[in-house]
Design a protein around this ligand. Structure first.
Ligand code: GTP
Length: 420
């Protein structure tokens, strides 16, 4: 049902009352008078928990804008069929009881590109988030899981390390989940990262959950689903979450925005082999571990360690309480791995006590939100009818040099704004 409404300044108190009513089933069309404080109104509308659909009539030029499409858990739940409700309830119950099959199905739901499934995933996520918040309160505000990013060039020894490290953690009573981010799998359609065959023993361990990278979507899409998968794993009681990424491209940078601690694994190899490692990513590392420090490789491992110790000294400090460390490990002999875990726990502790961890997570939430907005806005722009039809021609003219890129961008933006 559509309910047209004229709002004027004296009616603001009426609006406040209205915002408290359960008007989920209605559609509201607001006609504010020109002098009405529209900013205040917008803010009130957007913060209204039940608002599902509203149209904003701009009286000056008659333009109709969809002001907001804000959906809430309550509304989603209301709109679910019995079958959908049963699915969400089943996944939620199974997930928080620690059933791996339910966690796997929940992550598949989050990764789905089907619009209805995406909605169901959001309902489930909201429930899991509420559960996680509750648990965190019981945990005296301490985060439920230690989120660790792990990156390194191909062949650095990541999977061998995860297998050893993961077994050590589960033997100590931890629950570990390994999530992979590999944007190359989006184009190639297949991924080895996080592949169970790479970590045969760990994948059989009931206290470990290994999830390969989704093979569809953009890097933005993959990071979104990985972020959501982290929350689901936390709901499932996993207290250590490793996010593994291959050391090429932008994926490691994306991962640093999802985790509490970022670890770089480097093989004891010369400069040539390490060229694939972007300098910037070394700067992001909280811990650098030189792998394969055993047998004949101990000597080169020591050399690389010394090189990185000096290199890190020159870098600007990112934390007031933690200095990045460089250690040597071997997943074959096990050397250095217990010490590595000790260092990781030390990092977590100092970051927690100093408040840097909470600040970092807050900042990450904001980055995550803006990344999603950025991706959606660009998509919206590209698919806008007025823009879409002009893109091929303008691109051609830019390529031939007949039009400057700046002017082409201006023209497209103008087309976007004029028929928005
Ligand atoms: N000597 C020695 N060799 C190792 C160690 N860890 C891994 N390797 C070897 O290094 C090679 C690469 O190891 P992986 O664990 O597959 O490396 P990765 O980084 O997962 O490689 P990608 O799957 O290509 O990303 C294998 O041949 C391993 O046997 C170690 O601690 N010591």
């Amino acid at each position: 049902m559509n309910i047209p409404m004229l709002l004027q300044r004296p009616h603001q108190h009426f609006l406040k009352g209205l915002l408290r009513t359960p008007f989920r089933r209605y559609r509201f069309i607001f006609h504010p008078s020109p002098h009405l404080g529209s900013g205040i109104l917008c803010a009130q509308l957007l913060s209204s928990p039940g608002l599902h659909w509203a149209k904003w009539m701009l009286p000056s030029n008659g333009l109709t804008r969809k002001l907001c499409l804000q959906t809430t858990l309550e509304e989603h739940t209301e709109g679910l069929s019995d079958k959908e409700q049963r699915l969400v309830d089943k996944l939620y119950a199974g997930l928080i009881q620690g059933q791996r099959a339910c966690l796997a199905e929940a992550i598949t739901l989050v990764e789905s590109t089907h619009s209805r499934k995406k909605e169901l995933a959001q309902v489930l996520l909201q429930k899991v988030l509420a559960h996680n918040r509750e648990q965190e309160k019981l945990n005296k505000g301490k985060p439920l899981a230690f989120r660790v990013g792990l990156s390194g060039p191909p062949g650095a020894g990541k999977s061998t390390f995860i297998e050893y490290f993961g077994k050590m953690l589960t033997e100590r009573g931890h629950k570990l989940s390994v999530l992979a981010v590999d944007p190359s799998s989006c184009t190639s359609g297949g991924s080895l990262l996080g592949d169970k065959t790479r970590m045969t023993e760990l994948s059989r361990d009931m206290n470990a959950y290994i999830r390969p990278s989704p093979t569809r979507g953009t890097l933005g899409g993959v990071t979104r689903t990985t972020n959501e998968a982290i929350l689901l794993c936390e709901g499932g009681g996993y207290d250590v979450i490793l996010v593994e990424t291959v050391g090429v491209g932008q994926s490691e940078f994306a991962v640093t925005d999802m985790v509490d601690m970022f670890i770089l694994l480097l093989p004891p190899a010369g400069g040539d082999e390490l060229q694939g490692i972007k300098r910037g990513i070394v700067e992001m590392a909280d811990l650098v571990a030189i792998t394969k420090s055993d047998g004949d490789l101990i000597v080169p491992a020591r050399r690389i360690q010394a090189e990185y110790v000096s290199a890190l000294k020159l870098l600007r400090r990112r934390s007031g309480v933690w200095r990045p460390k460089v250690i040597r490990i071997s997943a074959r002999s096990g050397e250095g791995i217990t010490e590595m875990w000790d260092k990781m726990k030390e990092f977590q502790e100092v970051m927690l006590v100093s408040g840097e961890l909470a600040a970092k997570r807050q900042k990450q939430q904001k980055v995550w939100m803006w990344n999603l907005i950025q991706e959606n806005v660009i998509e919206h722009f590209r698919t806008h009818p007025a823009v879409r039809e002009q893109i091929p021609l303008l691109e051609k003219r830019v390529l031939s040099g007949a039009l400057s890129p700046g002017l082409a961008a201006d023209l497209l933006l103008k087309a976007f704004k004029s028929r928005h």
